[in-house]
Ligand binder design. Structure first.
Ligand code: C5J
Length: 247
């Protein structure tokens, strides 16, 4: 894969406390999350059939996908709120090019499964752009004005335009949902935190095939004074967003 060109990047300055008029706080762990004057972005990670439905990559790895399906109504509520309030919405899909030139051999070979990334499964080739299994599930399909990013890595910043999109929209705060909590969601949140974004994970809008890993992730990101960011439930997040940004 072509290496990312070296760019001289200075820390963001737009999200210092002086720049941000705080009106509304969200009750969160480890302490209240202060919403900025202009709406945060919502990033929904990999709500694609490959992970959430039977016959995709997740089930090929031997996971029980029903756990992930349970969060769909909450993710939908969050998405509808973001749409109603005109928030920037970004959907990601973990996807490789059909020629798999962006899939490291190490990634394809990992694990002891019968079918691997790029192999034909019940919903087409696993984790390949354009295949049925690679689509965002019907109930969360992106609409006009929303971004749909295909990402070859676990983190959504790696080899994508995410950083540029967020800068273009002057985003300083990001709300996260999606799957799986400890893999692509956590990786992306850590990448965002390092880039200076104020990140909050909506805890009932994310899920793992391993409930104990989800719990550990929530604890890890919020530990040490929110070393990666905040976590809050949609019951706290949605009303606060509506109060802060509703007409
Ligand atoms: C995984 C993801 N678990 N979206 N991908 O391989 O978390």
């Amino acid at each position: 894969m072509k290496p990312h060109p070296i760019r001289l990047i200075w820390p963001r300055s737009a999200n210092t406390w002086q720049d941000t008029k705080r009106i509304m706080n969200i009750e969160a762990m480890p302490y209240p999350y202060a919403l900025p004057e202009t709406p945060p972005a919502l990033i929904l990670i990999d709500m694609q059939r490959d992970f959430v439905e039977q016959g995709g990559f997740g089930s090929a790895l031997g996971n029980d996908v029903s756990l992930l399906l349970k969060i769909v109504p909450t993710v939908k509520q969050l998405l509808e709120t973001a749409r109603e309030l005109g928030m920037l919405v970004i959907h990601t899909r973990e996807a490789h090019k059909p020629d798999m030139s962006d899939c490291p051999v190490s990634k394809r070979n990992r694990g002891k499964c019968d079918i691997r990334i790029g192999d034909e499964g019940p919903m087409g080739r696993l984790l390949i752009d354009g295949e049925v299994g690679n689509q965002i599930i019907d109930s969360l399909k992106p609409v006009e004005g929303e971004y749909e990013l295909s990402k070859p890595g676990k983190g959504a910043f790696y080899a994508t335009a995410l950083d540029d999109i967020l800068a273009e929209h002057n985003i300083t705060h990001i709300l996260f949902g999606g799957v799986t909590t400890e893999v692509c969601v956590q990786t992306t949140m850590r990448e965002a935190n390092d880039r200076g974004f104020e990140c909050l994970l909506v805890e009932d809008a994310t899920e793992s095939y391993f409930p104990e890993f989800k719990q550990a992730t929530l604890e890890m990101i919020t530990a040490q004074g929110g070393i990666v960011g905040w976590a809050a439930s949609s019951d706290e997040v949605i009303p606060a967003l509506k109060t802060q940004y509703g007409k």
